[in-house]
Design a protein around this ligand. Structure first.
Ligand code: PEP
Length: 248
């Protein structure tokens, strides 16, 4: 682990008003000196963004949207949310390229347009990349990561506004995590791809079945800057456990 630690909570399509009270415990933990170095970002469903933004108002905990449309401002896109709308709600971040949205039709080209628009609206991006199980078995991991990065970030220059989340698709929601060696190798490959694009050291997170048990193994991986946590972040007690074990 590096020192600038990110702990990112992706609530996916879970959560309602009853989930808000327990966030006080996360706020209180974050106030303790030891945990102040943790960059905590919550990605609730759109319906709870306003609630979380006001709850975290005087804290250093940020809020983001789980996806957005590529249209920057407004448009006739029923059911969609634009970067402007997220920004107006108080979001600082947006997750783009998540595999659960790639399978619903988000191509590299669409993701690229979304990233461009979100950056134009001064949102920071959590850009998810990762190979499927069959791609891994066919030894295509490197070429998939390279394609996702090159196409997803085509013409993008402000790399300092982008955080990479390496999420092997076969690890998301399955309880299976990569071996440390495999993870270090793949993160190294991602860094290599970026070394040809920017002098800046990219922030790279790992995501996929992170929980309060395997975090003790995962935190030993060199070169990663934190974790994107799905299921285990939806319960404040489990999320706090992860924060405490990551930062000690
Ligand atoms: C995710 O939503 O990106 C994720 C990693 O989910 P989970 O932690 O549940 O595997």
């Amino acid at each position: 682990m590096t020192n600038n630690i990110y702990l990112v909570a992706n609530w996916k399509m879970y959560g309602g008003p009853s989930n808000l009270k327990s966030l006080n415990k996360v706020i209180n933990l974050r106030k303790l000196k030891k945990y102040r170095k943790a960059n905590i970002i919550y990605f609730p469903p759109f319906t709870l963004i306003s609630n979380l933004v006001s709850k975290f108002k005087k804290t250093n905990i940020s809020v983001g949207g789980q996806n957005c449309h590529y249209q920057e401002n407004y448009g006739s896109f029923t059911g969609s949310i634009s970067p402007k709308m997220l920004k107006d709600l108080g979001c600082k971040y947006v997750i783009l390229g998540h595999s659960e949205n790639r399978i619903l039709g988000d191509t590299d080209e669409i993701i690229n347009k979304k990233i461009q628009s979100a950056l134009n609206k001064k949102l920071k991006i959590i850009f998810c990349i990762g190979e499927t199980l069959s791609e891994k078995k066919s030894k295509l991991t490197f070429s998939v990561l390279k394609r996702q990065i090159n196409k997803g970030l085509k013409r993008i220059k402000n790399f300092q506004k982008i955080i990479i989340a390496y999420e092997p698709v076969w690890s998301i929601g399955t309880g299976i995590i990569p071996k440390n060696k495999e993870l270090e190798t793949n993160v190294g490959k991602i860094r290599n791809i970026f070394s040809k694009k920017t002098k800046k050291k990219m922030l790279i997170l790992y995501g996929g079945s992170v929980n309060s048990k395997n975090i003790s193994i995962l935190k030993n991986i060199s070169g990663i800057d934190g974790f994107l946590i799905g299921s285990a972040s939806q319960n404040s007690k489990k999320f706090i456990d992860i924060i405490k074990k990551t930062i000690n």
